[in-house]
Design a protein around this ligand. Sequence first.
Ligand code: HEC
Ligand code: HEC
Length: 298
Amino acid sequence: MSPFTSGFWNIWITALTLGGIVFCLFLLRMMSRRLPALDPNSATGHVWDGDLQELNHPLPRWWLIMFYLSIAFGLGYLSLFPGLGDWEGLLHWTSRGQYASEQAAAEATLNPVLQKYAAMDLLQVAQDPVAHEMGQRLFLNHCAQCHGSDGGGQRGFPNLRDQDWLYGGDPVVIEQTILNGRQGQMPAWGNVLGAQGVHEVVNYVRSLSGAAHDATLAAAGKTRFDMLCAACHGPEGKGNQAIGAPNLTDKTWLYGGSEQDITQTVTFGRHGQMPAHKERLGAGKVHLLAAYVYGLSH
Ligand code: HEC
Ligand code: HEC
């Protein structure tokens, strides 16, 4: 596929590049044909710092030859590699092609190692120091931007070092999470509940983890919670790992536990997205990552 939007630019680039080279050749020819006499006294008349004179001498021959050689090199380079508009170059080199072949070479050395670990149980892999190091490097490259370089998480991105799991901390479940990704679906309740309803339910949610709350509001909130929220978060608010509904009775908050934060969550909903990594990394690397993540909390 041509990198240009129209054929004109192909010709434009080619003509400019070749024209520039031809112009240099012409200048060199012209300057070396009309050689000034090799007279030590032929000065240009320019004088600096009192006695520093500019003389009018021809370019030394070796210097001229270097110019011609660099032009020859330039033409050779442009015929072998892409540089003249759409011209692919005689070697058909592309940066993509080079990347692909380097990657293939790297994979040829890596694959046997990955296969060895793929055949091992996740708990065993988690004990292996080499696998741990590889997992850590993969984690820093692919996961740290969201979960933090130590896996400690941040607001909206779960901490992977603690024992509190949205979807479950079993190594096989962790592997599923990384392979296929997860989509948290906390609906928005602002329209259903109205401001007062949200206020009540927020007080009830805070009471679940023993945070400061208004008991009357919380009692009214409980009725609403049982009706609207218990289906996902459980009748006691302990959550449901099958759908990633967080436990609301602990003191760990994905989106913050202040009255304001919870009001925001309940009014507008939350939709945490854990991207799938099956295609991106392949099952072998995900296996190492799952063992590494499991190891963070064990
Ligand atoms: C673009 C940001 C992003 C990247 C990159 C990312 N994650 Fe996540 N991850 C999330 C979010 C957001 C969640 C929570 C999803 C939810 O709210 O339902 C999550 C959830 C998880 C969970 C489930 C935690 C639990 O409590 O059950 C695990 C395990 C996990 N990620 C591991 C990883 C690993 C390993 C990588 C690197 C391969 C990674 N993540 C890369 C954003 C990310
Ligand atoms: C359809 C299932 C579902 C229903 C119904 C539901 N939730 Fe959620 N809730 C979730 C999920 C899933 C999350 C996690 C969202 C994420 O990971 O991005 C969540 C997150 C939350 C959080 C954030 C917890 C944290 O750690 O920051 C609060 C608070 C919450 N829900 C309260 C409620 C309340 C109150 C109701 C009822 C008015 C309710 N939820 C109804 C599924 C649900």
